[in-house]
Design a protein around this ligand. Structure first.
Ligand code: ADP
Ligand code: TRP
Length: 320
């Protein structure tokens, strides 16, 4: 079983990405052949500052390795290291109905969020279909927001196969419906668009300041603190054992301590939880040649698969 997923380097990694995407995707490494890639062409639809872009790519590269992506077991590569995907995107675009793309929520959302309507944004799902089909994926783990794109991919694969012969494997999306939405420091969904994130890597002082700045209510020190719907409890839950969580809640319900104390406890837990990952991140960052070799090896292995599919597709349409 081939598991395939991509991550867009469009900002700094935050702990919502870790719990919502990175951790569940990497757990699948034990269940089949994992192919993970950095969707840099896709990110270019919205990131137009080269220096920022390079730093996001580096962070995602080091970050996924630091979080446990095993480059011996899985394939890890950058989308742009296998530019053949663009040719396949073209071969798919000749059979892609305009209406199918016009119905895509992600495109409409991007416009609603102020991005100028570009051909790249519009054609985004075709490039994504090319990614998935080029590597003949079985299972594509994605968030709910990307489900429609995997459905577009299936439609295009079926249509191409019917028209030109059987070239593509039809993939299945795997939507982690039960994956919790991680709450940000203001109580809304953690997202870089809301500036309410706790970054996975980055400056420790800023991290501390943001944890200490988590929005709480105005319950007085001596009064019991509500635990239902508490951002502190929600975040604590992610990094503590069930016993630690129970003790944290009982203590809050007793009253007598201010929120500052509970924030400090949360900070300590978060820092302990992420310490080994952050340590690996620093080690990898100090060895850029090793990381380059890992990425080059991944690209080579990815390309071997991509070449086969692309040749079959070129042959099917009559280019070869
Ligand atoms: P952001 O909302 O910060 O822009 P992205 O859209 O880059 O985050 O997130 C990449 C993936 O990380 C998403 O598809 C989603 O699966 C996961 N993710 C992001 N934020 C959260 C969150 N708050 N809770 C759970 N998962 C999240
Ligand atoms: N569009 C995906 C996202 O925004 C990233 C992505 C690009 C992807 N190509 C993919 C995900 C192929 C899975 C498979 O998160």
């Amino acid at each position: 079983m081939r598991i395939f997923t991509g991550v867009k380097p469009s900002g700094h990694l935050q702990i919502g990405n870790y719990f919502g995407a990175i951790k569940p995707a990497l757990e699948l490494q034990n269940q089949g052949e994992g192919i993970y890639f950095i969707a840099d062409y896709h990110a270019l639809t919205t990131v137009h500052n080269a220096a920022d872009f390079r730093s996001y790519i580096e962070e995602v590269q080091l970050g996924w390795l630091a979080c446990g992506l095993d480059p011996k077991r899985s394939i890890f590569f950058r989308q742009s290291a296998v530019p053949e995907v663009n040719e396949l995107a073209w071969l798919l675009s000749i059979i892609t109905p305009m209406g199918l793309l016009e119905r895509c929520h992600a495109y409409k959302d991007a416009l609603a969020n102020g991005f100028a309507p570009s051909h790249g944004l519009f054609a985004y799902p075709v490039l994504m279909a090319a990614d998935i089909l080029l590597y003949q994926a079985d299972i594509v783990p994605v968030g709910k927001d990307q489900k429609q794109h995997v459905e577009v991919t299936r439609d295009l694969a079926i249509k191409f196969n019917e028209k030109f012969g059987n070239v593509f494997h039809i993939p299945q999306p795997r939507i982690s419906e039960e994956a919790a939405t991680i709450i940000g420091i203001d109580g809304r969904k953690m997202s870089k668009s809301y500036d309410n994130t706790l970054q996975l890597f980055g400056d420790d002082k800023v991290f501390k300041k943001r944890v200490m700045g988590i929005k709480t209510d105005s319950t007085p020190i001596e009064a019991p603190k509500p635990v239902e719907g508490s951002t502190l409890v929600e975040l604590f839950k992610l990094v503590a054992t069930p016993e630690e969580l129970a003790a944290y809640k009982v203590d809050m319900q007793k009253g007598g301590k201010g929120y500052g104390d509970y924030k400090k406890l949360l900070l300590e837990k978060l820092q302990n939880y992420f310490a080994p990952i952050r340590q690996r991140y620093s080690e990898l960052k100090a060895h850029p040649d090793d990381v380059r070799d890992i990425m080059a090896d991944g690209a080579k292995r990815a390309r071997a698969i991509a070449d086969q599919t692309l040749q079959a597709a070129r042959h099917a349409v009559g280019l070869a």
